[in-house]
Design a protein around this ligand. Structure first.
Ligand code: FMN
Length: 167
């Protein structure tokens, strides 16, 4: 550590600016709200693959999410890996409230969860475990079906902004 970044004085700005140097992709986690029968979802960059046998993935959701209680109540969720042109889909799903799917075209996964048009791939999952971790919950989910979707470049998230793969 070079400038006083002791564990006791980590503020949120420092945490975000340091952790933001880890570049990630972005997914849209989608499902059908059983109450309204309408699609809903949230954008997340905390997604990762976990295990091949059994097939597990994971992501983290803030306790403040108003969409997660709706998603976790669904039998099946769909994780859509977003493509670079889907930046507006990402922004739309990151807004609290409103009809998140108003301008989003989708079809159903085998279990009926929204597969968003233009996503690079989709992974249908069921929630397996939830682990409370500070102000988030770590969700471990079992993969039920998956496939590639559109060809294209990924949407990337880095230093709090969006970017594209240069390779
Ligand atoms: C690029 C990006 C990545 C995000 N990653 C996460 C995440 O990993 N976990 C999370 O809880 N929220 C994440 N969010 C915020 C959610 O998409 C959303 O804004 C939040 O859940 C509030 O909406 P809600 O109340 O409808 O859930 C991210 C937002 C953006 C734009």
């Amino acid at each position: 550590m070079t400038d006083g970044a002791a564990v006791t004085d980590i503020d949120s700005a420092r945490f975000r600016s340091v952790l933001g140097r880890f570049a990630t992709g972005v997914v849209a986690i989608t499902g059908i709200d059983a109450g309204s029968g309408r699609p809903t979802g949230l954008a997340a960059n905390s997604f990762t693959s976990v295990s091949l046998d059994p097939p597990l993935v994971a992501f983290c959701v803030a306790h403040t999410s108003s969409t997660w209680p709706l998603l976790r109540a669904a039998d099946r969720l769909c994780i859509n890996i977003l493509s670079e042109p889907q930046i507006e889909v990402c922004k739309r799903l990151a807004v609290k409230g409103g009809d998140k799917f108003a301008d989003i075209t989708w079809t159903g996964s085998p279990g009926g969860s929204p597969v968003i048009e233009g996503a690079l791939a989709w992974i249908e999952v069921s929630v397996e475990q939830e682990h409370v971790a500070g102000d988030h919950v770590i969700v471990v989910a079992r993969v039920r079906a998956l496939d590639k979707h559109h060809e294209g470049e990924p949407l990337l998230f880095y230093k709090g902004g969006y970017g594209r793969f240069a390779g």
